[in-house]
Design a protein around this ligand. Sequence first.
Ligand code: IMP
Length: 430
Amino acid sequence: MRENLLVLGLQWGDEGKGQVIDVLADRFDLIVRFQGGANAGHTVRVTGEKFTLHLLPSGILRPGKLCIIGNGVVVDPECLLEEIKELNKRGISVDGRLMVSDRAHVVLPYHKTLDELQDAARAKGKKIETTRRGIGPCYADKAARRGLRMVELVEPAALRRRLEEIVPAKSKELTEVYGGRPIDIDGLYAELLGYADRLRPFVCDTLPVIADALAGGKPILLEGAQGAMLDVEFGTYPFVTSSNVSVGGATVGTGMPPSRIGRVLGVVKAYCSRVGGGPFPTEQDNEIGDLLRERGDEFGSTTGRPRRCGWLDGVALRHAVAFNGADGIALMGLPVLSALPRIKICVAYRLNGQTVSCVPADANALAQAEPVYEEVTGWQRDISKVKAFDDLPQAARDYVAVIERVVGAPVEMASVGRERGQIVRRTPNG
Ligand code: IMP
């Protein structure tokens, strides 16, 4: 029986999860997203064609694969319908192979408005610089028990009832706290009915589907979004997203028991990027950062924002490997470093005169942390044609060995380019 697999980002998102999942999806019957929402932007390149997915699991690009948007995801109906339409236009149908959990919460237009107003109200230096996709306000409503779920969205009477219950207080918050415009319930209801009609065929109780797959030994791939350092518990709070990006999110966001998760594969970029506000000790706000951004095409796939770039932060990565129990690493973006004569990796922080090897809980402290680096020699060679892990230049393999030592998990595969197929697997002893 094939083991289930959880694929997670271990940095600040944008590690290349889409490419990894696309390559692995073939071996799984079911691919499940479990957290986040349309803030994600998973890019997959298939024979020169670029697909950017926000809500649909990346497995949808593999014909015949069944994909689930789990209960832990917050679903923007407009965005989901747009994505489905876009795939249809490009000859990919999701009919009969997409399911959306009836327990998933709905991102409403006012969540997006609030997201914008709330970040605008934060002081300079304190702004989270969210994706403006309504993620935080939607998860906040979920926790405060005033959210709308898919099960209500697709049932007109229940939808009307629920809007009457939850909207007046939100309207008050918008107008009185943030000086925004009141919410027109009738207009909102009409808009949502339109989405509901088109989404109804996909909405169902996904728990039995997952339970049956588990009982029948059908392998499941769990697809994470964002990255561990944006986790609401263990990330650089409050500069985080509002979901459990980590291994725990995979169970609560799907209903899959922890004992059935199987292996955990962490996706890691060979350097770091971060988009939005918050501490980033290894950031290179200089020509190194510019080079990484240019070569790595580090511009947000959801918002188009330039990403902040820097050296690999081994301390943050060790932290992420530990709290997720990552069994192995998929190392992405190695070719981006191919131009550099020397490459640095942060192995500890200097903080208040002391050397520390843990990530402090306080974001202000992390912002003060000075990286202690180890340096390796670059390979300065094109690696895009490399077909086997062992054929990577010695200097690249040395860098891999340093990463493994610093973070405490084995590198199982590495990308040598962004196309499907440009991932080399490591042989067990390689
Ligand atoms: P939110 O998830 O839109 O609330 O944004 C919170 C923080 O997470 C911001 O700094 C975003 O830039 C960041 N973020 C959210 N989703 C992603 C992602 O998919 N990749 C990278 N950063 C993200």
